[in-house]
Write a new protein. Structure first.
Length: 123
């Protein structure tokens, strides 16, 4: 994973529980990313969070005084901004919600994401 261009404006991340945008005011520090990596394990192509999972199975961390999905931070950090009205989706060959490998994440319109979630996860 390559580091993002820190000279650009930090991306915004929309909270899944709310429709308002949440701005990343600072990039995660190398130490922060290192701590997340220490609590993760490479399983096949997936980067699996081994910290305490949320009730829904996603990797959640405290960032900027908020609890947020690590997959959302990873997408915004390595892939770019998450547009309003979109959700971060684990691609089809990634079967773990605890995965935060940036190459396994895609940004989809919320309705399409819900339909795929029903198809893939049965929820």
């Amino acid at each position: 994973m390559s580091a993002p261009n820190t000279s650009s404006v930090p991306p915004s991340v929309r909270s899944r529980k709310s429709t308002r945008a949440l701005a990343l005011f600072a990039w995660p520090s190398p130490a922060q990313v290192g701590r997340w990596l220490e609590r993760s394990e490479q399983v096949g192509d997936c980067l699996i969070w081994r910290g305490a999972p949320s009730p829904d199975g996603y990797a959640k961390v405290r960032y900027e005084r908020k609890t947020i999905g690590l997959h959302r931070i990873a997408y915004a950090f390595w892939r770019g901004p998450i547009p309003a009205g979109c959700d971060v989706h684990h691609i089809e060959n990634c079967t773990s919600r605890a995965c935060w490998e940036p190459t396994h994440l895609a940004c989809l319109e919320s309705r399409a994401h819900r339909l795929l979630t029903l198809t893939v996860w049965g929820e």
